[in-house]
Design a protein around this ligand. Structure first.
Ligand code: SF4
Length: 175
């Protein structure tokens, strides 16, 4: 399994979209991370899979770009598999602490898997704790539904992470 732990102050990105209205509510800054091993059939971003592609973007540069836009409602981490760089993304969130931005993280893992696999090395819990809304699970082409809000297939869930961690049960987020 691949973790970019050797580059704690950089995030390996496939791309950045500075203003998006399709990756969560409001105007959002989106970081598309590079690297994914879930291999979902019909994935919309196959160019993000190869861990050897993409480019390293310094966290401070990303923060500067976010700072430049007062209209942002939040930041979305998409991919790729953001949890491959959970520690670096957590560091980015910490740099944004005073800005009242909400954090959405997409993942091919299930929420329960993330909790079960979480350890000090992978930083899964760190990123979960800094995420407001988690959209979890692999894209399932057999459950594809274009009417769903902010997700591609009906098996994927929109999770209120803070409430879920607090009460120990999965609480779905209602937009
Ligand atoms: S988890 Fe996302 S990026 Fe990875 S293969 Fe599945 S749909 Fe594509």
């Amino acid at each position: 399994m691949f973790y970019c732990n050797e580059t704690q102050d950089k995030i390996k990105v496939a791309g950045i979209v500075e203003e998006s209205i399709v990756d969560g509510p409001g105007i959002r800054f989106v970081v598309f991370t590079q690297g994914c091993f879930h291999n979902c059939l019909g994935c919309h971003n196959p160019q993000t899979h190869n861990v050897n592609l993409g480019k390293y973007e310094p966290i401070e540069k990303i923060v500067e770009k976010i700072d430049e836009n007062p209209l942002l409602k939040g930041v979305t981490f998409s991919g790729g598999e953001p949890f491959l760089q959970a520690k670096q993304l957590s560091k980015l969130v910490d740099e944004l602490k005073n800005k009242k931005l909400d954090i959405i993280t997409y993942t091919g893992y299930n929420y329960e898997d993330l909790l079960e696999k979480a350890n000090e090395d992978n930083g899964f819990l760190e990123l979960l704790k800094r995420t407001d809304i988690l959209i979890d699970g692999k894209f399932d082409i057999n459950k594809k539904d274009e009417n769903l809000l902010f997700r591609g297939s009906s098996n994927q869930r929109v999770i209120d992470v803070k409430k879920s961690l607090k009460c120990g049960n999965l609480i779905e987020y209602k937009f």
